[in-house]
Design a protein around this ligand. Structure first.
Ligand code: SAH
Length: 368
């Protein structure tokens, strides 16, 4: 991959992104070009079942149609500009450039049975969490539904084709089995585009991944948690808690001043009652900040009555940040205390630390 990146031409930027359109709209486009509607189905299949990277690849479509489409439409809303594979060859991180020059990250984690993709929902983020690398640059803009879906299709294409570089440890062809919205951005702050993308990704006629295999992670925008509970598809909910009380949480997660811990836990309770699904609380352990046994007890007492699971995340160190990861021994002790309250608790595996795969770090490393 070259380090010289040409920005797309004005003409390319003006083309409509096909991935932003639903099947009815794609059908209008195709019939508007004088073609029968079944061609739209074929085009849809090329996009979402065969992961075509461009119109040229769609060889069952008449060449004239492909050429007409390419004049006004595009499939390429993002371009990989840097890829890094971990030493264990089990994590692949990609920095993508969007058509307006913004950059976002996505990470593929290859486990024994799962191929989990961590994708971004915004270029940057407005939430300002003090320990997060993405927060440092602020929000550039929301991603479109097409840009969210395109991240998934990029990796689906990679996993489907053993010839595509880079080589990783997993045998290909294989498929994306899980998606987490835990990349850059706050998905609830870009609600409509994120849900449009989620419907496309779970639609059996489109990408067709089971909703239960997708998790949306939020900093805790309470009205949007209530809205998600009404959506009627079984996307998993993760809430970034990181602290059990308001004084501490407000110092780490500024949005806590708007939606405090009690309000957030109430919303989580409503969500579990409405959906009958358990909520995951994420808790990034930071040495001397939020990792004491007292805080573990405070947390345990506050959430023991909830249908929930706690995922303890070892902090990814961010350069120039005062926060340091908690030791393994203190992490294990914190987990044990939560378990003593009957709370199911796991410690997330560290992945991709050495490739800056955590939390906005590749973008930051390349900019440095
Ligand atoms: N905005 C959403 C999703 C993106 S971040 C959210 O806040 O949930 C995904 C998870 O990574 C969140 O739990 C976030 O708090 C956490 N995170 C951010 N920076 C981190 C860091 N340096 N180390 C570990 N986890 C971090």
């Amino acid at each position: 991959m070259s380090m010289i990146h040409l920005l797309p031409s004005e003409a390319e930027r003006r083309r409509t992104a096909l991935l932003d359109l639903d099947l009815a709209e794609v059908t209008e486009v195709v019939t508007g070009l004088g073609q029968p509607a079944f061609r739209a189905r074929q085009l849809w299949e090329w996009l979402y079942r065969r992961y075509a990277a461009d119109f040229d690849a769609m060889h069952t479509l008449p060449k004239a149609l492909r050429e007409r489409l390419a004049e006004e439409y595009t499939v390429q809303v993002l371009t990989p500009v840097a890829q890094v594979v971990s030493a264990a060859r089990d994590t692949l991180k990609v920095l993508f450039r969007l058509r307006d020059g913004q950059t976002i990250e996505a990470v593929l984690m290859l486990y024994d049975k799962r191929r989990t993709l961590c994708i971004s929902s915004q270029a940057g983020c407005a939430m300002g969490c003090t320990f997060c690398a993405t927060a440092q640059g602020g929000l550039a803009r929301n991603l479109t539904a097409g840009e969210i879906v395109a991240q998934v299709l990029f990796f689906a294409r990679y996993l489907a084709d053993p010839a595509l570089e880079p080589q990783t440890e997993v045998a290909r062809p294989t498929t994306v089995t899980n998606i987490v919205l835990m990349g850059m951005g706050e998905p609830m702050h870009n609600y409509n585009n994120v849900w449009k993308a989620l419907r496309r990704l779970t639609d059996p006629e489109a990408f067709g991944l089971g909703a239960r295999n997708i998790t949306l992670s939020t900093v805790g925008l309470v009205p949007m948690i209530d809205r998600m509970a009404e959506e009627g598809i079984q996307i998993g909910l993760a809430v970034s808690l990181h602290a059990p009380n308001d004084a501490l949480r407000s110092s780490l997660v500024p949005i806590n001043k708007r939606y405090d811990v009690a309000t957030l836990l109430d919303a989580a309770a409503r969500y579990t009652q409405k959906t009958k699904r358990r909520v995951t609380f994420e808790y990034a352990l930071m040495a001397g900040i939020n990792d004491s046994p007292e805080l573990a007890h405070e947390l345990g007492a506050k959430i023991r009555h909830l249908l929930c699971h706690v995922n303890l995340i070892p902090l990814n160190p961010v350069p120039d940040s005062p926060y340091q990861p908690t030791s393994d021994a203190d992490t294990a002790a914190f987990a044990e205390i939560l378990r003593s309250y009957g709370i199911s608790t796991t410690v997330r595996l560290r992945r991709g630390i050495e490739i800056n795969a955590g939390c906005g770090q590749l973008k930051r490393a390349l900019a440095a």
